[in-house]
Design a protein around this ligand. Structure first.
Ligand SMILES: Cc1ncc(COP(=O)(O)O)c(C=O)c1O
Length: 399
């Protein structure tokens, strides 16, 4: 009762935005557009984006520091900023290591285990890939402010991406979440709005905020799904480049399902182009009883069904994975089914245990929640005694 009263108060605070303010913001964006029409001649500084004027060779080596100073320079043409931001993205995002884990293989009794170590992204998770893709889109559309909801990792990634592009970043985060990443977000200049409610409520408020204030809505799902799936396809392309083949299995920690569905889409595209002879079986892992994708898979439902919000209890370990409504859940469920994959749960205890194992056996400091895919794969291996093959586990660093 108290919760819902406080929630109403917060919502009215968020929604009490006069029409004038929203209108003013819309007008400002339009006026920025007219100051920066696509047809306007670009400023001379643009020639430095690819190195010294006239020097192609200099342009081949990106200099992220220099590019950033163009990307976040509001006096430059929007296309110039957007080009510079693209260069920063190419230089800094993705291209993460694929690491063979011989000691994990010995423990698990499986022949070829690789980790796709997304911890090498600047803020330590694969979320940098979608944050940079969304900010590129926001820049191109001439927005000055981005809003989103987060449990932690996406917020840190978006705060970083916005700081590189000189955009304002407003992050909605459930009040009860423990993530230590809020400090990082504010240090990067993001503004936090604590929401009295869960992640789904935070998404709802962030979306309404975007509509009211004419801000860029970077939340997963809806019209952002296609762009985010494309950003995550790159993970599949990088795995394929490194192995020169598609692995038999790819195991992924799942919350909204976007990462898993994007990787599947990437392999599907490679297969259709004739670059691989197979599509990996997609294995999804998530927090015990707290994810609609795994629940629908295990109950053999045709589509994801929302769980009861009361069923969801966050802990410092499971926070990145839990939700009662997965925003890209059906895409993930289809990817698991079409690839003849599997979905399994992981308890907090097992995620902590496997994070310790990765540290002790492989010397890697990983985020416990990110071991959920590995745990689901090993569960499948125990049940089915899989013939040895090649399995890639998507995993992230601990921040
Ligand atoms: C580290 C980590 N792994 C996996 C996920 C799940 O990703 P998705 O929401 O794309 O399923 C998250 C979500 O926040 C995450 O932070």
């Amino acid at each position: 009762m108290l919760q819902s009263h406080r929630s109403d108060k917060l919502q009215s605070a968020c929604f009490l935005i006069s029409k004038q303010t929203a209108q003013a913001s819309r007008e400002m964006r339009q006026s920025n557009r007219s100051k920066n029409p696509a047809s306007a001649p670009r400023k001379k500084a643009e020639s430095f984006i690819t190195g010294e004027p006239g020097s192609h060779a200099a342009g081949i080596q990106p200099d992220p520091g220099k590019k950033k100073s163009f990307a976040d320079n509001k006096s430059l043409h929007v296309e110039t900023r957007s080009d510079a931001f693209k260069d920063v993205t190419d230089a800094e995002i993705g291209n993460t290591a694929l690491i063979r884990c011989r000691n994990l293989e010995r423990v698990a009794g499986f022949r070829r285990f690789y980790l796709k170590f997304e911890g090498q992204n600047p803020t330590g998770t694969q979320k940098d890939r979608i944050a940079f893709a969304q900010v590129q889109d926001a820049l191109r559309k001439n927005f000055e402010t981005v809003t989103l909801a987060t449990c932690g990792n996406y917020g840190a990634a978006m705060a970083f991406a916005c700081s590189m592009a000189g955009l304002r970043c407003i992050i909605h985060i459930p009040e009860t979440y423990h993530t230590a990443r809020t400090r990082e977000m504010t240090d990067l200049g993001a503004e936090l709005v604590r929401v009295y409610g869960d992640y789904e409520k935070s998404v709802e408020i962030s979306r309404a905020f975007a509509a009211e204030r004419d801000c860029y809505d970077a939340n997963p799902g809806d019209m952002n799904t296609a762009l985010q799936l494309r950003a995550y396809q790159e993970i599949a392309f990088e795995i394929h480049d490194a192995l020169q083949n598609a692995p038999g299995y790819v195991a992924v920690p799942v919350s909204n399902g976007t990462t898993l569905a994007g990787i599947y889409q990437g392999f599907l595209s490679l297969y259709r182009k004739g670059k691989t002879s197979r599509i990996p079986k997609m294995v999804a892992g998530s927090s015990y009883g707290k994810n609609p994708v795994i629940s629908a898979f295990q109950k053999k439902l045709a589509r994801c069904a929302d769980l009861g919000p009361d069923q969801i209890r966050e802990t410092p370990v499971n926070e990145p994975l839990i939700n009662w409504h997965s925003l890209d859940g059906n895409q993930a469920l289809d990817s698991i089914r079409r690839s003849c994959g599997w979905g399994g749960y992981a308890s907090d205890q097992s995620m902590l245990r496997f994070a310790r194992l990765m540290r002790d056996k492989e010397g890697l400091n990983v985020l416990p929640a990110s071991t959920a895919g590995l745990i689901a794969f090993l569960d499948l291996h125990t049940k089915r005694r899989l013939p040895s093959g090649c399995c890639v586990i998507v995993i992230t660093g601990r921040k």
